[in-house]
Design a binder for this molecule. Structure first.
Ligand SMILES: [Zn+2]
Ligand SMILES: [Zn+2]
Length: 125
């Protein structure tokens, strides 16, 4: 009995681990900082071929839990963008030109300060 030419079918559909890892730039962190390294995506859609072999996945919306302690996890890869957006929202340009009520000098003020000409306190807004 020969087994010539027979290929082991179990090696035909190996999970494409490299594809999995490089799918997108993520850095998941447990919110409880338990040190867990495994997480589960709560809203992931897995794509299979007709034989049920894993092909690909995509996260339909962000949401992860730590598999070590069960706490919610968050994606640090997304945080810098969100923080930048928040910083932009906070950073309202406050420079205003106002007339000093005492000497009527036009002063550009960004916060409460004194008139550079006469020293009178100037209030923004
Ligand atoms: Zn954890
Ligand atoms: Zn003044």
């Amino acid at each position: 009995m020969g087994r010539m030419g027979a290929e082991d079918p179990s090696t035909a559909f190996r999970p494409r681990l490299l594809d999995l890892v490089t799918f997108q730039l993520m850095l998941l962190m447990c919110s409880a900082s338990c040190g867990g390294r495994l997480f589960r995506a709560l809203f992931a859609e897995v794509e299979l071929d007709s034989g049920g072999a894993y092909m690909d996945f995509r996260v339909s919306q962000p949401g992860y839990v730590c598999l070590n302690c069960g706490a919610p996890a968050f994606d640090l890869g997304e945080v810098p963008g969100e923080m930048a957006a928040e910083a932009e929202a906070d950073e309202v340009p406050a420079a205003t030109d106002i007339l000093c009520p005492v000497c009527e000098t036009l002063v550009r003020v960004e916060a409460d300060m004194e008139c550079p000409n006469c020293g009178a306190p100037l209030e923004v807004g």
